[in-house]
Design a protein around this ligand. Structure first.
Ligand SMILES: Cc1cc2nc3c(=O)[nH]c(=O)nc-3n(C[C@H](O)[C@H](O)[C@H](O)COP(=O)(O)OP(=O)(O)OC[C@H]3O[C@@H](n4cnc5c(N)ncnc54)[C@H](O)[C@@H]3O)c2cc1C
Length: 403
C-alpha cells in the first residue's frame, strides 16, 4: 500500500510516522518550506494528542515531546483586578464536562513540529503544492502538483488545513465560514516577568482576565526538562535552532475582530496592534505584551466548518482542519484523526478489511467526534452523491480561511 499525504502539519506528520512505523509507504507533500508558516508558539495538548503521539511516533520522539511539555493543566483561572492587584477570582475544572477543554499540558508548537519532522527527511517533500487529483479506473489516485509533477498512490489524504485543496475538489459542498474573529497571539520570555508575581499566580493553568471590555488569555510554559538536555538524551538527531533557542515563556492571546486588526500583517505590525489594544490594561498585563518577542506575534484567523452529511468512502479522505475546525483543540483532533486513520489503514494493509471499509470506519468516527451534532435523518447519516474527483481543477467554494 502507498499513501500520499498533502500537508506537513500536526495531522499529516503524525500520520506519516504512524504509517512508516507500520511498514506502509508514505510520501508527504508540503507547500511551504521546512520552516512552515507561523502558527503561534503554544498549543494546549490533551489526551487525544498524547494518545496519537504514543501510538504513531517512535518511542524516542514521544519521550522528547513529553519531556519538554509544561506542567499539568487541570483548571482554568479567571483573574480580576482588586485594589490594583491581579488576583484569582474563580477557577473552573478542565474536565471536558463544563466545556470542550480537557485537562492537558502546554506544548511549544515549533518544538513539537521539529520533533515530528525528525526522521521524516526522506518522506516530506517541501515546496510541493498539491493542485488536483484524479481517481483512476484501477482504484488508485493520481495527484498533481504546481510544478507539473504527479504521484500515484492507493490512498490520498488531505491534511492540508482549513483551506484544503483536496477537500475543495473532493467535497465541494463543504463550506468554510470566516467568523471575522482573529486571535492576536504572542509569547514573552518568562525572565521579563520576574518580580511581577504573575507567573506564580497562574502556575501551569490557563488563565483569562477581563480588561476594559476585552478578554486576555495567558499561560506559562516552564519546560519540564530543558529542550537541549532532553534532545541530547532522547533525540540527538533533532538538530534545530528551535531546540537551542527555546526558553520558558508566557503565552498570551487577545481575541479581536478583523476590523480591529485592520491591515496589520507582519509580526511586528501585529505586535504593535496588540500593544495598542492592551494600552489601557493593568500595568502587569501591559508588561506581558510590551516584552513579547515581536517576531513571534501572529494574528490567527478563526474559521468555522459547519457539520456536513456523510459521504460514501473512497480512496480519498481528509483529516484535521481540512474537515473540521476547533481553534482551542483542533491540533488534538488532527492528531486523533491521524491515529485513527493509521489504525484502519494498517488493518487494510494486512487484508483484515477492505480499503474502503477502513476509510469509511475512520470517517464515521471522525464525524461522530468532531461534529457533536451531526446532520442526520432520523439518526442515520444522510448520504450525498459521490464526491468529485475525476480530474479537473476542483471547485473553490471554500472561503480558504487559514490560520
Ligand atoms: C487562535 C488559535 C488557537 C489554537 N489553539 C490550539 C490549542 O491550544 N490546541 C490545539 O490542539 N489546537 C489549537 N488550535 C488549532 C490548531 O492550530 C489546528 O487545528 C491544527 O494546526 C490543525 O492541524 P492540521 O495538521 O489539520 O493542519 P495545519 O496545521 O493547518 O497544516 C496544514 C498543512 O498543509 C499545508 N498545505 C496547505 N495547502 C497545501 C497544498 N495545496 N499543498 C501542499 N501543502 C499544503 C500547509 O502549509 C500546512 O503545513 C488553535 C487554532 C487557532 C486559530
Amino acid at each position: 500500500m502507498k499513501v500520499v499525504v498533502v500537508g506537513a502539519g500536526l495531522g499529516g506528520l503524525t500520520l506519516a510516522h504512524g504509517l512508516r512505523r507500520a511498514g506502509i509507504e508514505v510520501v508527504v507533500y508540503e507547500r511551504e518550506g521546512k520552516q512552515g508558516r507561523p502558527q503561534g508558539i503554544s498549543l494546549h495538548f490533551d489526551d487525544r494528542g498524547t494518545a496519537a503521539l504514543r501510538a504513531c511516533l517512535p518511542p524516542p520522539h514521544v519521550a522528547m515531546a513529553e519531556a519538554t511539555m509544561g506542567g499539568p493543566r487541570v483548571q482554568r483561572l479567571l483573574l480580576s483586578e482588586a485594589d490594583g492587584r491581579l488576583v484569582v477570582e474563580r477557577s473552573h475544572p478542565l474536565d471536558g464536562a463544563s466545556g470542550p477543554a480537557r485537562p492537558g499540558r502546554q506544548v511549544h508548537r515549533p518544538l513539537l513540529r521539529a520533533v515530528l519532522l525528525t526522521g521524516l527527511e526522506d518522506t516530506v517533500r517541501f515546496g510541493a503544492e498539491f493542485t488536483r487529483f484524479e481517481q483512476r479506473p484501477d482504484g488508485t489516485v493520481r495527484s498533481w502538483f504546481a510544478d507539473g509533477s504527479t504521484d500515484t498512490a492507493d490512498v490520498l489524504v488531505g491534511a492540508d488545513g482549513v483551506g484544503s485543496a483536496v477537500r475543495r475538489q473532493y467535497l465541494p459542498h463543504v463550506r468554510v465560514v470566516d467568523t471575522g474573529k482573529r486571535m492576536l497571539m504572542g509569547a514573552t520570555p518568562l525572565r521579563a516577568m520576574a518580580g511581577t508575581g504573575l507567573p506564580e499566580l497562574i502556575g501551569h493553568s490557563p488563565a483569562n482576565v477581563q480588561a476594559h471590555g476585552m478578554m486576555m488569555a495567558m499561560g506559562v510554559l516552564r519546560f519540564s526538562r530543558p529542550p537541549v538536555a532532553a534532545s541530547q538524551e532522547w533525540l540527538p538527531a533533532l538538530r534545530s535552532r528551535v531546540v537551542t533557542d527555546a526558553e520558558d515563556y508566557m503565552m498570551w492571546a487577545l481575541p479581536v475582530t478583523q476590523e480591529l486588526l485592520g491591515s496589520a500583517e507582519s509580526p511586528a505590525m501585529v505586535w504593535r496592534r496588540a500593544q495598542e489594544v492592551s494600552a489601557g490594561f493593568h500595568p502587569t498585563l501591559r508588561m506581558v505584551v510590551d516584552n513579547a518577542w515581536p517576531n513571534l506575534t501572529v494574528a490567527l484567523r478563526a474559521g468555522l466548518i459547519p457539520p456536513m452529511p456523510a459521504w460514501p468512502a473512497a480512496p480519498v479522505t481528509v483529516i484535521g482542519d481540512a474537515i473540521h475546525v476547533a481553534p482551542g483543540f483542533g491540533g488534538n483532533l488532527a492528531m486523533q484523526d491521524a491515529h485513527r486513520l493509521r489504525d484502519e489503514l494498517v488493518q487494510a494493509s494486512r487484508g483484515q478489511q477492505s480499503l474502503r471499509a477502513a476509510i469509511g470506519a475512520y470517517e464515521d468516527a471522525m464525524r461522530r467526534d468532531s461534529f457533536p451534532a451531526p446532520d442526520v435523518n432520523g439518526g442515520t447519516p444522510r448520504m450525498v452523491p459521490t464526491p468529485g474527483g475525476s480530474g479537473g481543477s476542483g471547485g473553490s467554494n471554500g472561503a480558504g480561511v487559514g490560520t
